[in-house]
Design a protein around this ligand. Structure first.
Ligand code: PEP
Length: 252
């Protein structure tokens, strides 16, 4: 049985007071999801300590939204994977499209971040996805293939046994436009097949999340698709009732 996951990506939102109210609501509202399902929040670095202290005795896991590819040294402004370990993070998102597009992270750099996260014992949530222009040019599969290959070339396909992949079409992120369950399933299937061509067992066990304007109203139909194992949730993860409803939708 594949593990199912709903992970919230708070992006650059929140403050101590708002976070505290949100986390209190999540702790009370998210039921036990069972052995094969869990939920997590990926929060801005400065809040890791307070999130850790709020969530450490709960079933909700936490993580960061980025990580440096470097272990330590003169890298002003960077945060290493071992620093994230100091706050007992489970996850680190790598290769979010906002990092790739706004901060110029190449697939090679993303692959290095993925390796750095894994070497420190964190589970990378590797984001892949095409822009609208790429979809319209019919190169979606090529783009995703290139993003995945950068990682499997550097870290090996076996590394995916300890990672999560998130398919996030860039045109659906924060736009209110969600891929239809069929559109998402098609790419999730493509991702799983690509991995299966290298290792069927790894592919069968790989958790592949969908991200892009998932809401309480569309989560269940997306999560019902054969190759969709949960979601990476941006905007809706900031609204307690919505995030709780989305978490509940991975149980069914
Ligand atoms: C995201 O930031 O990963 C994301 C999917 O955002 P949203 O749910 O707001 O589209």
């Amino acid at each position: 049985m594949r593990k199912r996951l709903v992970a919230g990506n708070w992006k650059m939102h929140g403050n101590l007071q708002e976070n505290s109210a949100l986390l209190n609501a999540l702790v009370t509202g998210i039921p036990v999801l069972g052995n094969d399902a869990s939920c997590a929040v990926c929060v801005p670095y400065p809040y890791l300590a307070s999130v850790q202290s709020k969530l450490q005795d709960t079933d909700i896991k936490w993580g960061a939204q980025n990580v440096s590819q470097y272990e330590k040294g003169a890298y002003t402004g960077e945060v290493s994977a071992s620093m994230l370990n100091d706050f007992n993070c489970t996850y680190a998102i790598v290769g979010h499209s906002e990092r790739r597009m706004l901060f110029g992270e190449s697939s090679q750099v993303v692959a290095e971040k993925y390796v750095a996260a894994q070497q420190a014992g964190l589970v990378p949530i590797l984001c892949v996805g095409e822009t609208l222009e790429q979809r319209d040019s019919d190169i979606t599969e090529q783009v995703i293939d290139e993003q995945l290959k950068a990682v499997t070339t550097l870290a090996g396909v076996n590394s995916l046994a300890k990672a999560v992949v998130a398919y996030e079409p860039v045109w659906a992120i924060g736009t209110g436009k969600t891929a239809t369950p069929q559109q998402a399933q098609e790419i999730h299937h493509f991702i799983r097949q690509g991995i299966a061509s290298q290792d069927a067992e790894i592919a069968a066990g790989l958790t592949v999340l969908y991200g892009g304007s998932v809401k309480a109203s569309n989560a269940a139909e997306l999560f019902a698709m054969a190759d969709i194992d949960g979601g990476l949730i941006g905007g809706a993860s900031l609204i307690a009732d919505d995030f709780i409803a989305i978490c509940k939708a991975i149980r069914s």
